[in-house]
Write a protein that binds this ligand. Structure first.
Ligand code: NAG
Ligand code: NAG
Ligand code: NAG
Ligand code: NAG
Ligand code: NAG
Ligand code: NAG
Length: 771
């Protein structure tokens, strides 16, 4: 018989060997006050036990070395341990976790060893250990895995209208603006007093809410706020968290603008939803142990949607946060993550576990327009954040030097009364150029940014533009030797839109290419939302860009869908958004990438979110814990299952192994091969009880696909139907992937899934490295 670390409680509890001990007796048992008593009991138990009892007793084996005062040898580790088979209370968990830790009898650094203890996200804790101590901890029974902590980094008036959400009409009203839904954010805190967090027309939180709020103002809008960053309150010193929470669920606020630009009534995507802020980052970054503590609390408190605009690890079985988010998903929480800002190189996508919604960033049809009028009569499109009361500038000579594209002008006087053209990568000289009397600065994008202009310089007289100007400069600088700026403030209806932003990370997933990532595209370029700096130069609204800004748009849409369909699983909510996304813009052209080429699935996933249609998808591709477990068995085997799924009653021997391409995802990835591969999918009817769908394939010439059956007839709500898709095609050496799509079409619905045929898609999982 082997003992686990919790066995001491079972042995000790009045109802030994049966259910959980009553919490009162176990709490008493675990308190330090009764430690002496405890040790005596433990010794007695130890004498009669074939193996040592592990809670509290054999600490001596991991004693700190004499004189170990070198704190730089300590690292924070996140340690997963086996879950107890009964419901323990928090104190009991805490004290038992301590039993894994070294004693501090001699020469401990004095640092608190247990940094956080976790109960909901998984059974485990964060602790400071030396490498030697970790080895000892790892030998204790009940130990599962340890992860060395890493630091993670953070990656609107117009957007709701651009998303087709209009006040008092259709979906927004039908979904009651997300009323009754709780959106949790793991972020940098929140400026609670902002008008976006007024609780006008917001009811009190639902009874299932168990959280608490420690902000400077709490109300029915901001129902939760807690800080997990040591020595910091819930205030937002960075601005990121205030921006993302107002984007997801800020209330209506009239007269929002950034210094008069983008003016109008602002609101989040789900203005009726409640907000819960879990502060786990500051401007410097986010510790994984704090992120997990915030996540643990969010699960406990009862959030419905989690919005995470933080870059996580890149391989989910090695990433304690992705593992923790599996728990959140399995408890019914829709988890939305930013896909990363690592730009347009393939394989740069982050947060790519299939149980997450991974969001790419695109532009909206708004431009902070400035015309750069050249001497030859030509006008080029630029944008500027600072356009205060300046309709038009005078004509000035242009200064552009191929040799000094970074604008590191040693002789400052040469810039006076000139408009200076610089590379956007070198903006740190802008202030000094302006101080030296330049009339203006044009920051020109690097070519790889294409048409994406990420506004980030708020100096007066600075205009940012895409690389087009450089092409003119190279051809003939004399032609446009003079220039003026004409300020047009905010231009709506800018085309083309949406366009995938150059910084938005691209698929396929480096480690898991059989499941398409990113999932979906949402606005993330030059987004106006709430700022904590109401009294400073920035003002109450700020314009920020990033997939960080795109994720909360999707979180808001998820909240609207949850408001309409509270019983839908996270995978159903995700499928609803994905199968209704659009790949064709309002005038019938393709959604484009930053180079103005047709955006592919590795840039935008299924396409741009379309909230109005997402509420009523007709069919969904559902997935539950068992499906993911089968996939994890295929990918990682029992060790992976024990780490990620952590359910003792599941073993890989009892589960069907689900190959990546067979996971019931709303997208279809297949190998690009002449011999057809057949994959199966199952759809669930969430539309009218009796409805008929016909398969419509849209395939390029190089691919052949067949769907069987090609007609699905439903007679009940919730009915499931399985179909097979077989795809074959000619792979040419060195060829990229090929895309087509399958749509199930009824009189009312189009349920679209992209089909991606990939050359050299691995058929077996990557070889398993040792954990
Ligand atoms: C402390 O430990 C680190 C890492 O082991 C080592 O590089 C450093 O020299 C040590 N410092 C002292 C003062 O011993
Ligand atoms: C939109 O509707 C909400 C709720 O009915 C209302 O409070 C708000 O003032 C409206 N906003 C506008 C701009 O009409
Ligand atoms: C709207 O904002 C502008 C500029 O911030 C201000 O001058 C004006 O008084 C505001 N109007 C209302 C109705 O609050
Ligand atoms: C739609 O996309 C096409 C190119 O695919 C572009 O020419 C057009 O301007 C776009 N329309 C809008 C409204 O953005
Ligand atoms: C573990 O899996 C079994 C079998 O699917 C399921 O009945 C049970 O609810 C799961 N336990 C937990 C804690 O999720
Ligand atoms: C897919 O479905 C077909 C027909 O129902 C079945 O024969 C086949 O075994 C299934 N494939 C997988 C991988 O489950």
């Amino acid at each position: 018989m082997t003992y686990h670390w919790w066995d001491v409680y079972k042995l000790r509890a009045p109802s030994a060997g049966k259910e959980s001990p009553s919490s009162s007796s176990s709490t008493r048992y675990c308190t330090m006050a009764s430690l002496a008593n405890l040790l005596v009991s433990l010794l007695l138990i130890a004498i009669f036990s074939p193996t040592p009892i592990l809670c509290y007793l054999n600490q001596a084996s991991v004693r700190v070395q004499q004189g170990a005062t070198n704190t730089s040898a300590y690292h924070t580790y996140i340690v997963l341990v086996e879950p107890p088979p009964f419901n323990a209370d928090e104190d009991m968990y805490h004290h038992c976790y301590e039993s894994f830790l070294p004693s501090s009898r001699d020469g401990d650094s004095g640092k608190a060893r247990l940094v956080h203890s976790y109960t909901k996200v998984f059974s485990g804790f964060a602790t400071m250990l030396t490498d030697g101590e970790l080895d000892a901890v790892a030998k204790k029974p009940g130990f599962v895995r340890a992860f060395k902590e890493k630091t993670r980094y953070l990656m609107t008036t117009r957007t709701p209208k651009f998303l087709g959400l209009r006040n008092s009409t259709g979906f927004w009203r039908d979904a009651s603006y997300g009323k009754g839904v709780i959106v949790g954010l793991l972020d940098t805190g929140i400026y609670a007093k902002h008008g976006s967090f007024d609780d006008r027309d917001i009811p009190s939180p639902p009874a299932r809410w168990k959280g608490s709020c420690k902000a400077t103002r709490c109300n029915n809008k901001l129902i939760g706020a807690k800080s997990f960053v040591k020595h910091e309150d819930t205030d937002d010193e960075d601005g990121h968290g205030t921006h993302t929470s107002s984007t997801a669920a800020g209330n209506f606020i009239i007269n929002a603008s950034y210094h008069g630009m983008a003016a109008g009534t602002a609101s989040g995507v789900a203005p009726g939803a409640h907000i819960a802020m879990y502060k786990v980052c500051n401007s410097v970054g986010c510790y994984e142990s704090d992120i997990l503590a915030g996540l643990d609390a969010a699960i406990k408190d009862g959030v419905d949607v989690l919005s995470i605009s933080i870059g996580l690890g890149d391989k989910f079985d090695k990433d304690p946060i992705a593992i923790g988010l599996f728990s959140a998903m399995s408890k019914g929480i829709v988890v939305v993550c930013s896909g990363g800002n690592d730009g347009a190189e393939p394989h740069s996508i982050k947060n790519d576990a299939p149980w997450l919604i991974t969001v790419a960033a695109g532009s909206v049809d708004r431009s902070f327009d400035v015309g750069v009028n050249l001497g030859n009569g030509m006008s080029l499109h630029g944008e500027a954040l600072n356009q205060v009361a300046k309709p038009m500038s005078k004509m000035y000579p242009l200064l552009y030097s191929e040799a000094q594209r970074d604008c590191n002008y040693m002789l400052n006087h040469v810039v006076a009364q000139k408009i200076v053209v610089c590379d956007s990568e070198a903006p740190w000289f802008v202030d000094s150029i302006l101080q030296a009397g330049a009339a203006g600065v044009v920051l020109v994008n690097k070519a790889s940014d294409g048409y994406t202009v990420t506004l980030d310089d708020d100096n007066s007289g600075v205009v940012q533009m895409s690389a087009v100007l450089r092409a003119y400069a190279a051809s003939s600088s004399s032609r446009w030797a003079r220039a003026s700026f004409s300020y047009h403030n905010t231009f709506l209806g800018y085309r083309p839109a949406p366009v995938v932003a150059s910084f938005s990370s691209r698929g396929p997933s480096k480690h898991f290419p059989g499941v398409l990532k990113p999932d979906i595209l949402a606005p993330g370029l030059n987004i106006l939302a709430a700022s904590p700096w109401t009294e400073s130069k920035i003002g109450p609204f700020n314009i920020l860009s990033g997939t960080s800004m795109a994720a909360p748009h999707i979180s808001g849409v998820a909240a609207l869908i949850k408001g309409l369909h509270p019983d839908w699983s996270p995978a159903a909510v995700k499928s609803a958004m994905m199968t209704t996304a659009y790949v064709v813009n309002s005038t019938g052209g393709s959604v484009l990438d930053e180079k103005h080429g047709k955006a592919d699935a590795y840039a935008m996933g299924v396409g741009h979110v379309n909230p109005t249609r997402a509420a009523d998808p007709g069919l969904v591709y559902d997935l539950g814990v068992i499906d993911y477990a089968g996939y994890i068995c295929w990918l990682l085997g029992d060790r992976g299952l024990a780490t990620i799924v952590r359910n003792k009653s599941l073993t890989c021997a009892k589960l069907p192994k689900v190959r990546d391409v067979e996971l019931n995802y709303p997208t279809i990835t297949v190998p690009l091969k002449p011999t057809a591969l057949m994959v199966n999918r199952t759809v669930t009817n969430v539309g009218p009880p009796s409805s008929t769908y016909v398969a419509k394939l849209d395939m390029p010439k190089s691919l052949t696909a067949r769907v069987t059956p090609n007609k699905l007839v439903f007679s009940k709500a919730g009915e499931k139907k399985t179909f097979s898709v077989s795809v074959s095609g000619k792979g040419v050496h060195g060829q990229k992937h090929v895309e087509g799509s399958l749509s199930w079409v009824s009189t009312r619905h189009v349920v679209r899934s992209p089909i991606i045929a990939v050359p050299n898609l691995p058929e077996s999982p990557p070889s398993q490295e040792s954990f």
